[in-house]
Write a protein that binds this ligand. Structure first.
Ligand SMILES: Nc1ncnc2c1ncn2[C@@H]1O[C@H](COP(=O)(O)OP(=O)(O)OP(=O)(O)O)[C@@H](O)[C@H]1O
Length: 115
């Protein structure tokens, strides 16, 4: 049982590490708070909440894996290596892709309510 709760502690440490070291993670946290506030303000429906929460989760998951990959690359390849750069670029691309999808989802849900 103790091990189970330690697992949560380690996971929380990882999230704190990403928050402290990644400016993008902090920016996306603000964007998530903004989207959730808009959701409450406009009293969006359950299916709309599901989309908003799903894209928020996707962005955070991709951010966490991106951070993990960056740390891993820096560990195994501290010197310049073309493939190290490609791995980091691919990982950043995954974050950009999910963030763009989240942004479009937000627009599709909130734009009709604003105008
Ligand atoms: N070891 C390396 N070898 C080759 N290219 C690298 C290496 N490390 C980084 N790069 C290149 O520089 C870019 C920025 O790397 P960096 O480690 O600053 O990542 P980042 O995504 O900007 O992370 P951070 O949020 O920590 O600044 C990478 O996307 C990659 O193109």
């Amino acid at each position: 049982m103790k091990k189970f709760f330690y697992g949560f502690q380690y996971a929380w440490q990882g999230i704190r590490y990403a928050f402290k070291t990644q400016i993008n993670f902090r920016f996306h946290s603000l964007a998530a708070i903004f989207a959730v506030s808009m959701g409450f303000y406009f009293k969006i429906q359950t299916y709309e909440w599901l989309w908003i929460l799903a894209v928020i989760a996707m962005v955070f998951i991709s951010e966490l894996f991106n951070t993990a990959l960056e740390v891993l690359v820096d560990l195994v390849s501290p010197d310049y290596h073309v493939k190290a750069g490609v791995i980091k670029d691919l990982s950043s691309g995954a974050v950009l892709f999910t963030a763009f999808f989240a942004f479009v989802t937000g627009l599709l849900i909130f734009i009709p309510k604003i105008f």
